[in-house]
Design a protein around this ligand. Structure first.
Ligand code: ATP
Ligand code: MG
Length: 562
């Protein structure tokens, strides 16, 4: 058994289907509509579909569910491919577009009409809605429900030919207006829309509805297990009704695909809905779809989150049949654990303060050795130059230490990690009383890794960089985009609020920092752990070795309390 998703109810269902001989292979699909960028929720669906196929030696298709011409585009389709590939999945030759099958879908609707299983309804959308009934009351039959098949067929052909305006007619499946499941009360399967499609242009002015198209796409592609989110549970009876009807008509062969629902991912402190993401971009709250603050996969990639972290997250949170909300901290912890495995250690000083070692020869250099990963000796070490002038973190010095402070203050000793033990002798301040420089003396026989170094027992250790070698860089310190677990949830008195009211104003802070030269020279999208700070990545687009830019992916410890 592979590591990701070792057991869950979907895996059990598939195993049972194979054992019963219902299917010989496993074919799944990830079916995004190309009307926006993928978000963290989609990652769950991608991982589930591809991992299930892999676990059973089957395959997973990438299908563009592009039956809604209004908001779809080629650019969105490409961004989706990029995101799926980035997560580490390969659909091979199995990339499909629903729009390539419009002719087949049209034929399916014709066949239903020919067999008396669908009809053209010439009422308005409002009238149809008004006749739908409720959970407690049956619906009413349309006056067009029993119009002759030939008449419906002729009208359907004229709809296709463009003879009618939007809304003049629709095609409805003829099932049961009294059915307890409202989705079986003669659902609309085709409608007129005089809108050009990004792939088929003006070839069509009628388009299938999602509920009609989806099962047909699954059947055309030979999908065995159609995994979808819970909101489609009530559609399953229609899914089955439709495919059985088309199989009876000889259009598809059995075994037919089977729909199984799972709970969608709901993550606290973020929003996972294309509509809201579009608003964030349109209102200029973020710089674009790939802004590292965005919960899109393009944003996640640029932020430095890693595909393994997504898999770990999905594995830990599992696949469930009931909706739940997951704390963002769970996602961050999975990312930290995955990044820990892949990110070499480096040093960065985020808020630099100069440290001068008054007894160190001005021109001398002592080379210190730092491991690239504390738990992976095979990753080797790197040399760090130690000189008279160093950068330390401003927060590692207190002129008047608070109780329990174990780092630098006048008279105190600390170890400069991988280097020497020093004793602080004082500091210098500007006219405003702000510390501008710290002075210390080093102990020449205290170098880490040399005999005798252990004789020193300072209470604390701090990180540092040689001021001569360190490279200045821009660091973008990212934090959660929202301050509330459920952005836009109504106030305690029930006042309606918008998710935009809960934006975190500190989701991005930009600072100038110092980093090791090797970190600055790394290519874009290189991940590091900056010791004691967190995981960072060189920006995918803006980073250059002569103008380095680091994005903070996630801090080592969360500052967020529930
Ligand atoms: P949104 O709700 O953000 O508009 P969508 O469901 O319209 O997204 P699609 O392109 O239709 O987006 O989704 C493609 C696939 O991803 C579908 O199978 C859908 O069920 C799944 N999916 C979307 N959001 C989530 C989520 N939060 N958790 C798990 N799967 C999801
Ligand atoms: Mg959808």
């Amino acid at each position: 058994m592979d590591a990701t998703l070792p057991s869950n109810f979907i895996r059990n269902e598939i195993e049972a289907d194979l054992a019963a001989g219902r299917y010989q292979t496993v074919v799944t699909r990830f079916p995004p509509e190309p009307n926006g960028y993928l978000h963290l929720g989609h990652a769950k669906s991608i991982i589930l579909n591809f991992e299930m196929a892999k676990a059973f030696g089957g395959r997973c298709h990438l299908r563009f569910d592009d039956t809604n011409p209004e908001k779809e585009s080629e650019a969105f389709a490409r961004s989706i491919e990029e995101a799926v590939a980035w997560l580490g999945y390969d659909w091979g030759e199995h990339r499909y577009y629903a729009s390539d099958t419009f002719e087949t879908m049209y034929r399916c609707a014709e066949v239903l009409i020919e067999r008396g299983l669908a009809y053209v309804d010439s009422q308005s959308a409002e009238a149809i809605r008004a006749q739908r009934g409720t959970l407690t009351e049956p619906g009413q039959e349309s006056p067009f429900r029993n119009r002759p098949r030939e008449e419906s067929l002729a009208l359907f052909r004229r709809m296709r030919a463009g003879e009618f305006p939007n809304g003049a007619h629709v095609v409805r499946a003829k099932i049961d207006m009294a059915h307890p499941n409202l989705n079986l009360r003669d659902p609309v399967i085709y409608r007129i829309r005089h809108v050009p499609h990004y792939r088929t242009g003006t070839a069509w002015c009628i388009y299938p509805t999602y509920t009609f198209a989806h099962p047909i796409e699954d059947a055309i592609e030979g999908v065995t297990h159609s995994l979808c989110t819970l909101e489609f549970e009530d559609q399953r009876p229609f899914y089955e009704w439709l495919l059985e009807a088309l199989a009876d008509a000889g259009l598809f062969s059995r075994p037919l695909p089977r729909q199984i629902e799972f709970a969608r991912l709901n993550l606290e402190y973020t929003v996972l809905s294309k509509r809201k993401l579009i608003e964030l971009v349109a209102q200029g709250v973020v710089t674009g779809w790939d802004d590292p603050r965005m919960p899109t996969l393009a944003g996640a990639r640029r932020r430095g989150y890693c595909p393994e972290g997504f898999r770990l997250f999905v594995e830990r949170t599992g696949i469930a049949k009931a909706e739940s909300w997951i704390d963002y901290a769970v996602f961050e912890e999975a990312q930290r654990d995955a990044l820990n495995e892949i990110a070499p250690r480096r040093i960065a000083i985020l808020e630099p303060l100069e440290l001068v070692l008054t007894n160190f020869p001005p021109e001398a250099v002592e080379w210190c050795v730092a491991p690239n990963h504390p738990q992976k000796p095979e990753w080797g070490t790197r040399p760090l130059p130690f000189t008279q002038r160093l950068w330390i973190e401003r927060s590692d010095f207190m002129e008047v230490p608070v109780k329990g402070f174990k780092r630098l203050s006048p008279g105190a000793e600390v170890r400069l990690r991988y280097g020497f033990v020093i004793r602080c002798t004082g500091c210098e301040k500007d006219a405003n009383g702000r510390v501008t420089r710290v002075f210390a003396e080093y102990y020449p026989d205290s170098k880490s890794g040399t005999p005798g170094a252990d004789a020193y027992k300072p209470k604390g250790a701090i990180h540092w960089l040689c001021a001569k070698h360190a490279v200045a860089a821009e660091a973008r310190l990212y934090d959660r985009l929202f301050t509330q677990p459920i952005p836009g949830a109504p106030g305690p008195d029930g006042t309606p609020r918008s998710f935009l009211d809960d934006l975190n104003p500190n989701a991005l802070t930009t600072v100038t920092v110092f980093v090791e030269p090797q970190a600055a020279a790394a290519p874009p999208e290189t991940r590091f752990q900056f010791e004691r700070h967190g995981y960072f990545v060189t920006d995918r687009f803006d980073h250059r070795p002569d103008a380095p830019v680091f994005n903070r992916t996630v801090a080592l410890k969360s500052g967020w309390k529930r």
